[in-house]
Write a protein that binds this ligand. Structure first.
Ligand code: NAP
Length: 327
């Protein structure tokens, strides 16, 4: 197949390019150039802005594509432009998000029939933008008789992750003697490695799957505590010294204005934490999404961070313990 990768030089989108090439597809990457070049040279790389339908059409003129994997949907205008240039391609996979669900967080999200944000919601906000983009692209692709896959992705992990969530935990754990963690370490969390998700999306467009799919790890796959312990094991296995985890009660963290998710990545306040990662994923797992072990995702991320010089927290001690006056 010839697959157009909208995006193809970033985190998930690079993994899409690798996965498609690994199974022998022709890949045409479309990006603006701000994230540099695609991860490999055996692809065609076209420069265009997804939000500019004329530029997109001009760049893609003469290219007969069998499928599109669109990993760079950040505006409804961009979805309209992509629809006008590419809705005639018979298979279109759009990376949406579980944020498209009106009730997430706190969830739970039973399955793909849970209500999405509607046209009345502000399309400038991330969740409503994803829901509106699904409507724009899905409507256009279906009007042309094609198959439209809405991939409602959960939390992505893996090499090339520049989102400063998992990477922040790894660098803190590797850099300090002790790090503050929320005392509620039993809160569930579900994640998906971009390489597993990318391989699944390629296989899904090969099979012409249609409809929405929640795409994250299964509910109960791990907890925040399990994730942080695995970070410690990975750092130690790579020859480093892993910090002691210092559990701090939620009330003490909030009193010190330690912000959930931001200052302590992945930490959700108690009223959200119990249900946020209860997302029904039966459909995607029945259609073949397979997860590598979490330890492998974290070890590969840590190896990539050290190769890229990202593995050291410059603060002299854990910044959250310092803020709490405990360092
Ligand atoms: N990270 C998460 O945990 C998470 C969770 C749920 C859903 N998602 C969704 O997953 C998708 C992938 O996220 P990611 O962070 O991994 O993205 P990514 O692959 O790093 O996406 C950026 C890529 O898209 C290109 N791009 C961005 N804007 C573009 C534009 N206007 N025109 C053409 N190319 C453009 C970038 O290249 P240039 O900048 O050079 O153009 C780059 O190749 C996104 O749709 C995101 O909303 C992410």
């Amino acid at each position: 197949m010839r697959i157009v990768a909208l995006g193809g030089t970033g985190f998930l989108s690079s993994a899409v390019v690798e996965a498609a090439r690994e199974v022998g597809h022709d890949v045409v990457v479309v990006s603006r150039g701000q994230h540099g070049a695609p991860p490999r040279e055996d692809v065609t790389w076209l420069r265009a802005d997804r939000a500019d339908s004329d530029a997109l059409a001009a760049a893609l003129a003469g290219i007969e594509a069998n499928a599109v994997i669109d990993s760079c949907g950040y505006s409804v205008g961009g979805a309209r432009a992509a629809a006008s240039a590419l809705a005639g391609v018979p298979r279109y996979a759009y990376v949406s998000s579980i944020s498209a669900y009106r009730d997430w967080p706190p969830g739970p999200i039973q399955d793909e029939d849970a209500p999405l944000f509607t046209p009345e919601d502000n399309p400038e906000d991330y969740g409503p933008m994803k829901a509106a983009s699904e409507r724009v692209l899905g409507g256009a692709v279906h009007a042309h008789g094609g198959n439209f896959l809405a991939v409602r992705a959960g939390l992505l992990v893996g090499p090339r992750d520049r989102a400063r969530r998992l990477t922040r935990w790894l660098e803190r754990i590797a850099s300090h003697d002790a790090v503050a963690v929320p005392a509620e370490l039993d809160q569930p969390i579900a994640l998906v490695d971009v390489r597993d998700l990318a391989a699944w999306m390629v296989s899904a467009v090969e099979r012409g799957l249609d409809g929405p799919f929640n795409a994250t790890g299964p509910h109960g796959m791990t907890t925040l505590g399990g994730l942080l312990e695995t970070c410690r094991e990975v750092v130690t296995a790579a020859g480093g010294r892993a910090a002691v985890l210092v559990p701090v009660p939620e009330a003490e963290l909030l009193a010190a204005e330690v912000t959930p998710w931001v200052d302590l990545p992945f930490w959700l306040p108690r009223e959200v934490a119990g249900t946020a990662w209860q997302v029904g994923t039966d459909r995607v797992h029945a259609e073949g999404l397979v997860h590598r072990p979490l330890a492998e995702s974290l070890a590969d991320t840590w190896a990539w961070m050290r190769e890229t010089g990202l593995g050291e927290d410059p603060s002299e001690a854990d910044p959250v313990l310092m803020r709490l006056g405990r360092a």
